[in-house]
Structure formats: structure tokens, C-alpha cells
Design a protein around this ligand. Sequence first.
Ligand code: S3P
Length: 167
Amino acid sequence: MRIYLIGYMGSGKSTLGRQLAAMLNLTFIDLDTYLENKYFKTVPQIFAEEGEESFRKKEQAALREVSEFSDVIVATGGGAPCFFDNMALMNETGACVFLDVDYEELADRLMGSKTERPLIKGKSRAELLVFIDELMQKRRPFYEKAHIIVRGKNITAQQVLDAIAVN
Ligand code: S3P
């Protein structure tokens, strides 16, 4: 069994991933953390020192590796589904769930975590909302290729479980 959780920054991929892993007895993998351990650098460090393109290549390589692991639930970074053939790889190798969270809720959650996220560093709440809206327009076509989509403001682990069970 292999489950991928995808969605915007702040959509709850890591939090729900941990809860689901405990409920389903799977190993939880946060792709950003996996990548940081693989390359001995934090995500902000890779962005600052090597640029986004290099980060995306590392992210793809990390995803390829975890796509061969069994009994895992993988929380990807928000941009992962939108580069290379990453989305196709996830759909082919597991159950891919898009967590489609309300934009206002995303902005509230992201306000508290801007230092760890290079793409939104220094933005006000109003700027964040514009940024979310613009980036979502580009990302949504990728995210919506997921076989399972769960929409809501505060998505629960049980909702995700139910959606996986019926698919
Ligand atoms: C990114 C999301 C981040 C991380 C990187 C880029 C993105 O992960 O991979 O900062 O492009 O949306 P989270 O979605 O876990 O914040």
C-alpha cells in the first residue's frame, strides 16, 4: 500500500499524513524531510544556495525513491505534483489524494509558518491571498489529476480515509 497526499502549502498534508499513518499502520514520509536528509541541506538552504530549479530536480529524485517503498504514506511538498512527470508517477504507483482546502483557511495557517517556506517569506495576509489565488490557478490542473479529491476547510483524517475507501 502506498498513499500520496498532495495540495497547497498549509493544506495539512504532513499533519493528516501522520494521523493516517498511525491509523493504517503505515510509515509516514514527509518528502521535504526525506530530501533534506538525503542532501544534508534544508529546503530554504537549497532554494537560497542553488535556486528553485535545483530544488525541483532533488524533489523529483526523492519522489522516485519513495515511490518504490511499500506501506508508506507520503506527504509531498506543495509544488511536487506540478513538475516533470511527478503527478503521473504518483497516480501510477499509489492512491493520490488532493487536499483541497479553502483559501482563507490556507492564508491563516501560512501566516504562522512563513520563515520555513521560501516561496511566501515576508508576505502580508492580503499579499498571501493574492499569491495563493495566482499560484493555485497554475497548480490546480495538476492537483486535480489526483484520483481522490477531498475538499473542505478543516479536512479530517477520517474524511480522507472514507474517500480512499470508496475509490
Ligand atoms: C513548496 C512547498 C513546500 C516545500 C517548498 C516548495 C511549494 O512544502 O516543498 O518550500 O512549491 O509549494 P509544503 O507544501 O510542505 O509547505
